[in-house]
Every structure is written in C-alpha cells, then in structure tokens.
Design a protein around this ligand. Structure first.
Ligand SMILES: [Zn+2]
Length: 461
C-alpha cells in the first residue's frame, strides 16, 4: 500500500517521534551550530542502510520552480524544504564535472558515485585509462547488504546502471540488464522491459526473482525475495501524462509507490541495504524544454521524499542522500513573474483548462518539432501548430513560433519559464545528507568524492 502522507507539520512530527528519530524543533541545532555537529549526523555512527535519491537533470531553477508551483497551486510546502526546517540536514554545494569536461552526462556522473572516479561521458565505470574498478553496489553486496534500484527511466538507464555495472557504452542497456542479474541486484523497478529479453527474464525468475509488470501486481507484492518490476517498454510516462490520463494511472506505479515497495522488499538482512531512487524524467522534460513536464516530475520526486522520510524516521540507522547528477536546460522562472508564473499558474489551476492547454502547448510543440523535422512550408506548420495547441497566437508571436530556432523562446511567453538550452549544464548542484555519516560530506563537494564517503559511512572504507 502507498503510505499515507503526513498532511501537516504536526502529523509529520508525530509520525517522526513515533518512529524514534527526534525530528522536529528539539532536534534542530541551536542557531549558530552547524547541522554537521548534530548527533544524528555524527560521522562515526555507522549507517546500516543507505537511500540515495537522484532527481536526474535537476538544476536549482527546477527545484525552485517546483517549490513555487507547490506553494502557489497546491498551497503547500515541498517535503524537501520542510525537511530542511525540521531535520538536522547536512548540505553541500556539489561540482558535477566529468573526465570529458565541465558538463557531465548521467553515465559519467553516476560513475563518480559508482567508483569514485571521473570517467568520459557515455561510459559506465570504465576509467579513461581502461580500468574497471569494483562498483559501489558490488561493495555493498559483498558486505551482505541487500541492494535495490528504482527509477522512472528505463531500469537500465545510465543513472541506476552507474551504481552497479561496468559497461563501455551506456547505450548497451541489454548488457546492463544482464549485469544486474550477474551482480545480484535484489530489487530492480522501473521501465525498460525492452532491454530484458524473454530468456533474460526467465533467467531472473530461475534464481528466484518475482517478475511484476503492473501497478496492481506491485502493490499486491509481499515478501522480501528478489524483485524485478518493469512497467513500461521504455520510459515510465511523465507525471504530466499520468495525471491527465486515467488509463495510465491504473497500470503505472508512481515513483513513491515503487520506492515504498522497494523498501519493503529490501528488508531481511541484518546488514541492511543500499537503495538508489531516481526521478529519471525531470531530465527528459528539461531536454525538451517542457516546463510543466519537469515541474510535475520534480513534484513526484518530492512526494517520494515524504515516503522515504517516513522510513528514515522509523529506521534512524539509515543515511539518506538527496541530490542530482547535473542540471539540464537551464530551466528558470524568469522576469518579475507577476504576469506569468506566480499569477497565471494559480488561475490555470483554478479553471484547470488554461493550464492544461498550456501543458498541451508545451508538449505539442515538442511533437510538432519532431513531426516538422523536414519542414519546408510555413503555412502547413502554422496550421499544424494552431491545431495542436488550440492557442490563438498574436501574429508577431506566431511568426516567432514558426521559426524552429525560436520555438523555445515562445514558451516563456506563456509560462514565465525559460531555458538556456536543450543540453545539460555545468552548474553546481544541491546535495544533502541526513543520518549517520552525513557529517562526512563537506560544504563544498566534488561528485567524485561521494563514493569514498559512502563507504566510510557504512564502515566499508
Ligand atoms: Zn540528460
């Protein structure tokens, strides 16, 4: 069953204190003390469990936009920021470079966590000089911890793969699927069924994995044996689609539901577990410059933080990390905002249709862009665009919109959200840690330092 989410600060504190971890005012360090000094985060206390959460491609602007959206449209605080008020959290600013340069891809970023070294973009845990060090999940497995991967991307996508596998090219997702079995990952939940052939699934089942493919099967699953859940051929649908299509809701588990199931299935080892949870589609939406796509997937990630905090409050021997691998798209709420984001968005929600139309607008533009790849005739494109979006453009805007180059410039006019590109960014990102070992993470952190600190925190260094 999905957990009921505490709906007020009081409920949250109640749940937390029932669980035994002193969340709440008393646990917040006195003004002037650093959160690194909190006993809960002590470097020498050993972490039995690790939950490592990644919102893929989440620049600071995406985090801020989702927090603002929650405040303005749903009149509530984000679980992530509420944690900052109520729990002694250690925060770091994290540099995200790779061996390729200033801008990493997800494979090189996850390899930093996997082996503690920077590799070339596209490579999974193969160093520039060809070495193949042991990965973090292999280390955890060797220490008899159970291991799990949860994502809304393909289960074999670069981020989850980077914690486990050694593969020269991230595109080789079939090899990743094979290595998960070979290296004994206990729980694998996500999309990507296409990369697990029939015979591979049979091989998983042969060694005891339960194989589930629908939300109902996942929620009905009990027990702590190995679990393989593949809920889409490629990616699990974006949250904006799931929310607007009841048929998708019936078959697709949310990130929070998958995480809850993984936490239940990973019980049973006295040595604990290591679980990676990825919001995999924030990055995809940002690549497409789809503002609402990124914001709603970020909110689904935020909901998952609530699920995880509930577990952590009941299991204080858990180290929780929440971060991202890199920014994508340079998503930002731009301008003064009074005309756009902070006044229009709530009214979009109120009527429910204008905002949905905006959603359709953003997504349809992406679709139109794909359909119009070989586009030659402006009139046809213009008709297609108007039909797809249902929007009446001012002549000047339409002129801009029909130029492929300025497509992304048109979007901010209707949402207040702008982008700097359709690529990853080299920005520094948010990194936070809670629980035993959290104090090991310094205020400024390189992505390739994280691996060693995880080993230290779990007593495996
Ligand atoms: Zn990306």
């Amino acid at each position: 069953m999905p957990p009921s989410r505490p709906n007020s600060r009081r409920d949250f504190l109640k749940a937390a204190s029932l669980g035994g971890l002193a969340f709440g005012a008393a646990a917040v360090p006195a003004l002037g003390a650093t959160t690194r000094e909190s006993a809960d985060n002590a470097p020498r206390r050993q972490a039995k469990n690790v939950i490592f959460m990644v919102s893929d491609g989440m620049g600071m602007g995406t985090l801020a936009a989702a927090v603002d959206y929650l405040k303005l449209v749903h009149q509530r605080e984000s679980h992530w920021l509420r944690m900052y008020r109520e729990v002694p959290v250690v925060r770091s600013l994290c540099e995200t470079h790779s061996a390729t340069g200033l801008v990493t891809d997800s494979a090189a970023a996850a390899s930093c966590w996997g082996i503690g070294e920077r590799v070339q973009n596209g490579s999974l845990n193969v160093t520039p000089d060809g070495r193949k060090p042991v990965t973090i999940l292999q280390r955890m497995k060797a220490a008899r911890k159970r291991t799990g991967l949860v994502t809304t991307a393909t289960a074999t996508h670069a981020t989850p793969a980077g914690f486990v596998t050694t593969v020269t090219k991230r595109e080789d997702q079939r090899e990743v699927a094979f290595q998960y079995l070979e290296r004994g990952v206990d729980v694998v939940l996500g999309g990507g069924a296409d990369y697990f052939g029939e015979s591979l699934v049979a091989a998983y089942k042969k060694v005891g994995y339960t194989h589930v493919t629908t939300r109902a099967q996942l929620l009905a699953h009990r027990g702590t044996g190995p679990l393989l859940g593949l809920f889409a051929k490629k990616y699990i649908p974006m949250e904006v689609d799931r929310l607007n299509r009841p048929a998708l809701q019936a078959v697709t588990p949310t990130l929070a539901e998958m995480t809850q199931s993984a936490l239940a299935a990973l019980q049973g080892s006295a040595e604990g577990f290591f679980l990676m949870v990825e919001g995999g589609r924030v990055d995809h939406a940002a690549h497409a410059n789809d503002a609402i796509g990124a914001i709603l997937d970020q909110i689904a990630f935020d909901d998952t933080i609530a699920t995880v905090l509930k577990f952590v409050s009941a299991h204080p021997d858990t180290l929780l990390i929440i971060t991202t691998d890199h920014g994508t798209g340079g998503l930002q709420v731009n301008g003064v905002g009074s005309e756009d984001f902070d006044s229009k968005l709530p009214s979009y929600n109120e009527t429910n249709s204008t905002f949905l139309r905006l959603t359709a607008f953003n997504r349809s533009l992406e679709q139109v862009r794909l359909e119009a790849k070989d586009f030659k005739k402006p009139k046809e494109y213009q008709d297609l665009l108007v039909a797809a979006t249902g929007l009446k453009f001012k002549p000047a805007d339409l002129e801009k919109v029909i130029s492929m180059k300025t497509l992304t410039e048109a979007i901010p006019k209707y949402s207040g959200v702008g982008f700097t590109s359709m690529n990853h960014t080299g920005e520094m990102v948010e990194f936070c840690a809670v629980g035993p070992g959290a104090a090991l993470f310094p205020p400024f952190l390189r992505n390739d330092q994280v691996h060693a600190k995880l080993l230290q925190a779990t007593g495996l260094a």
